[in-house]
Design a protein around this ligand. Sequence first.
Ligand code: FAD
Length: 546
Amino acid sequence: MRPLSAGASLVSVAERSSALDALERERFDLAIVGGGITGAGLARDAALRGLSVALLESEDFAAGTSSRSSKLIHGGLRYLALGEVGLVRESALERKVIFRLAPHLAERRWMVLPVRSRAALLKFRAAITAYEKLGAVERDDLHQNWGSEELERFEPALDRSEWRFACAYREYLTDDARLVLANLRAAAGLGARALNWAPVTGIQLENGRASGVTVRCRLTGREARVQAGCVVNAAGAWVDALRRLEDPAAPGLLHLSKGVHVGVPAARLPIRNLLLLSTDDRRGIFALRRDEIVFIGTTDTSYRHGAELWPRVSRADVEYLLAPLQHYLADGKLEPEDVRTAWAGLRPLVAEPGKPPTDISRKDEILVGPAGVVTVAGGKLTGYRPMAQRTLERVAEVLGRALPEEREGPPLPGGDFAGELAPLAAALAAGRAIGATCAQRLARLYGSEAEQVLRLGAESLAPGAPVVTGEVDWAVRHEAAATVEDVLYRRTRVALFEPDARGAVAPGIARRMAELLGWSAEKAAEELARAEARLRADLDFSDQPT
Ligand code: FAD
């Protein structure tokens, strides 16, 4: 097998003991708490600048918000209306950088805004033109105005008797959890040590200054002390809990907002692009085609139950997301029973008392606590790199030394290819008995590394499922997967995007993991049962408070 394209493998279950030894033995410049996109992006940037880095994640990598987002690398056109020009510009420019670093994780897509009149189209064009200037959008990517002829060609399911025009502009679709993994592997390739299933349970102090963290390995039960010159709290929805480990009197920073997505089969909702829709309460939501599934999102409601890993999706959430579709598509009346996948995440917004969640800024905030712990809160997936740069400015102050300039660095693992997914997918399918859908899916998930994944096993994990056995081996050997849920939800993304396969492949995943990790039959059965319960819970919309 050729060496991994860039970056290194993450610590596998078999290597955990020696990884814990190394974590205890070494002294790091930086200990990062939280393995979502904020922590992962920071780990890569810090490692690129020569810092030694340890990253600890209490669950699986990306198990929090960074696997539940809308998965758009976008400038956030909506925020122009809120006057957040700086944030919009930064995000719009970032799209190009992420595309250069990982083209498989930044797929260009048309966002289609249907309008009823030419006047409405002209009004929107003014905003989109400003947006494109801010983002220095390339000529090929500039917006297009569609009339009924283009709508018939490009988005035929839209009800053209009602929606006679549309403005189509470009944004990028990513895969949030895989972007996290790619950043972590890039960091690991530069010497960073990252461990999942390892909650930080305490901040160590020396003369009142943070000098490291205490961590507990959930797979081995072992405790370890990790020494570091600076500790960064990148715990997303949990940053307030971490802040209180440093200072029990620290006031709460966050306002948590729940965002729900639901997936319906494309056969039931045959759109082709990303359609922007307006809800009855005049919020913008979207429906987005991704292969054979269309996902619709998102809600934005204050969440008062504290930071939870699996916020529940209620029937009211589902009905709210499905209701607008009937105004846009002739056959758009969908019922909660049509929903085949669903996920909810918590936005860790920096509280602005008195404002509803939709109006709260998505800007990040970085603070240094009384013992020198640097907390990074808020922000967006799209802005993870600039956020890491700003965080490192504060880290440098705490470390008391200047750091080298930020640099873009080499492509992320899997990102070293010309940028188009179609040729990559065609090369994967050539001479193999995998279908076009499977090849396209593998290209999108693994980029240039898909070939290596296939060499580990190209058989389908269940009859007809576009998921191959090699993916389990890859996840366990290179991406630190330790549970069936890790593979279903955050490596293969089957739980979110493959409604027909999600239940069918779970037993095959458990079987192969048992072989690779030496699980007993009992342990494999337990693992499978836990993952299946999770899959069922996703679609239990029995009413409950939001
Ligand atoms: P997280 O991903 O939650 O990571 C924090 C991690 O810290 C978690 O994995 C958690 O387990 C870990 N942790 C907690 N406590 C401890 C501890 N004691 N020890 C160790 N680890 C700990 N942004 C975009 O740019 N585009 C979008 O399309 C978009 N859509 C969104 C849609 C929704 C519904 C939501 C909710 C958000 C969306 N966002 C989007 C925002 C984006 O997803 C978040 O800003 C981002 O994922 C937050 O990442 P994070 O790393 O800060 O938090």
